[in-house]
Design a protein around this ligand. Structure first.
Ligand SMILES: [Fe+2]
Length: 172
């Protein structure tokens, strides 16, 4: 292996891909989110605290059931932000993801690079005083733009994009 300006020699007792589940793809790992020990903090920990994988051009974060921020002044939800250098995709696997209205278990959201987002109106007030969350969500951020296939039209929920502005919400 290349290490700084030289090489280091490693000998493994078996091929690194010779594991249960390897089917020839380039991501031979499985990860059981139930085995993940999430971190918690007195104040909100940003997503890198929940990062479980990193590859060339992407990161994966696992938001698992955990204690919420315990300071008396803490707001136990993510702050509003624009991920200006990445596309943000979230899959909501289980539990109640309090920071997002309009999503349920099984949903996938895409927040394109530069789009401001965060808790919708009312979510912060609802979350104040909560001490734990049962959410299980997986986020992957890519550092190159994603393009939607035409299949998105079949599952799109156009009301989600307007859920930050109740005045513009679509009639359902
Ligand atoms: Fe985000």
């Amino acid at each position: 292996m290349r290490a700084r300006d030289g090489y280091q020699h490693f000998e493994l007792d078996r091929h690194p891909f010779d594991i249960v589940g390897w089917d020839g793809y380039v991501y031979p790992y499985t990860f059981n989110a139930d085995d993940f020990e999430p971190r918690a903090g007195r104040f909100h920990l940003p997503p890198p605290a929940h990062q479980t994988f990193q590859g060339q051009g992407f990161v994966i974060c696992t938001f698992a059931p955990r204690m919420l921020d315990w300071d008396a002044e803490a707001v136990p939800l993510p702050y509003h932000h624009s991920n200006i250098q990445s596309e943000e995709v979230m899959f909501y696997a289980a539990g109640d993801y309090a920071a997002r209205k309009g999503v349920e278990v099984g949903c996938v959201t895409l927040h394109p690079s530069g789009l401001p987002h965060g808790p919708q109106p009312g979510a912060v007030e609802k979350a104040l005083g909560k001490t734990s969350t049962d959410e299980l969500a997986v986020m992957w951020d890519t550092f190159r733009p994603l393009r939607l296939s035409t299949l998105w039209r079949e599952t799109d929920k156009p009301e989600y994009a307007l859920s930050w502005n109740p005045d513009r919400a679509l009639a359902t």
